[in-house]
Write a protein of this length. Structure first.
Length: 382
């Protein structure tokens, strides 16, 4: 023991030890001074199970219910009062949910809406992507902030029905056509634990509820042109609409992004073939606005590409020769916006540009190398 003490004295002076201890206590004190506590009084919860409390200081993370700055798990207490200590001081939002299956995750349906009962600070009850501004509270350094939170089901007892009005638009890439399709549509939506109906698309969740989710899907594919849209299209006939069906797979990937994969086939066999998409998107919150930039790759089978952009031998003319496109791959970039007017009213906006490949632009009936698509709707969710 004596040799150890001698070595320690030779290598460490008292002044050095004092400096080290001073730094240690300063760091510890700064950490304590910059934190706060939150007391949560719960209402409407089950009598047993596990509650998960999450603290968010980032609007973007809160918008996805991912990457909280603090999380605690606790059995449900009969007193219904819970203390969350060592919370970062400043503006934060609190989320609490019932981990019904105790898998450590907030279970979601295919499009990412939570299925388990939850509550949010300020008793904010969004029926879509949550806005940080409506949930935020201010916690002061070293203080205890008491809040009340009541649990509710985002999807209700039987899902959420939305009604409203919308419009879809699409530019025309065809020679001599200045037609921009603007079509009013009823904006009817339904979101349940497994079934989702969003305009012309229906999805049914098959498996997964956390970072990956699988669903069966069906969508109505609208014919891309009528032959009277342009002189160059006369004789080709109107393009038929058809029903597509297949599978979709969604992943929550690091950095708050989402990867969606989908393949659908022409189940009515009006055209034949299929279509596949791969989409990468990431949401950003700005007040009541949720902005969703996205990149997408589209694959169309030769049947669908030829039907939309090719010229059959039976329809060829001197100025419109036979053209076989083969299959095609196009790239698309777009941005969507979700605006929460109230907890029940919202506006949806999206616009994208699809960049057509040479297999399509070389067609004698195609003049443009891109297509602009748009959608807008206002809906009320019950």
């Amino acid at each position: 023991m004596r040799p150890v003490l001698l070595w320690f004295r030779r290598n460490f002076r008292l002044a050095d030890i004092v400096k080290v201890m001073s730094v240690f206590f300063l760091v510890a004190w700064a950490s304590i001074a910059q934190s706060a506590d939150i007391s949560v009084r719960m209402q409407g919860g089950p009598v047993d199970g596990v509650l998960v409390f999450q603290i968010y200081d980032s609007p973007n993370a809160f918008g996805d219910f991912r990457d909280p700055v603090k999380e605690i798990r606790t059995p449900i207490d009969a007193s219904a009062v819970y203390l969350i200590d060592d919370v970062p001081a400043g503006v934060v939002a609190v989320l609490v949910y019932v981990d019904e299956n105790e898998n450590g995750l907030i279970d979601k349906n295919f499009i990412g809406i939570p299925k388990e009962a939850l509550g949010i600070s300020n008793n904010y009850r969004p029926k879509g992507p949550p806005a940080f501004n409506r949930a935020k509270i201010n916690v002061a350094e070293g203080s205890l902030t008491t809040i009340d939170i009541e649990l509710y089901k985002v999807l209700g007892r039987r899902g959420r029905l939305g009604v409203g009005a919308g419009v879809i638009g699409r530019s025309s890439p065809y020679v001599g056509s200045d037609t921009t399709v603007l079509q009013p549509i009823p904006a009817i939506t339904y979101n349940g634990e497994r079934l989702q109906w969003l305009g012309p698309t229906v999805q049914y969740g098959l498996a997964g509820s956390g970072w990956w989710r699988l669903a069966a899907s069906a969508s109505y594919r609208i014919g891309v042109y009528e032959e009277d849209d342009s002189l160059v299209l006369v004789g080709l006939g109107d393009r038929d609409s058809t029903m597509m069906a297949g599978l979709g797979l969604r992943f929550e990937v690091p950095s708050g992004a989402n990867l969606s994969l989908r393949y659908e086939h022409d189940v009515l066999d009006k055209i034949g073939g299929g279509a596949a998409t791969a989409r990468l998107s990431k949401g950003f919150q700005a007040g009541a606005f949720r902005i969703l930039p996205q990149l997408q790759v589209n694959w169309l089978s030769s049947e669908l590409t030829n039907y939309d952009y090719g010229v059959a031998a039976t329809a060829a003319t001197v100025t419109r020769p036979t053209y076989n496109t083969g299959s095609s791959i196009s790239y698309e970039a777009g941005i969507g916006t979700f605006i929460e007017l109230t907890e029940d009213w919202r506006i949806l906006l999206s616009v994208s540009a699809e960049f057509l490949p040479n297999e399509i632009t070389d067609s004698p009936i195609v003049a443009e190398d891109s297509i602009i698509k748009g959608f807008a709707a206002i809906t009320y969710v019950f």
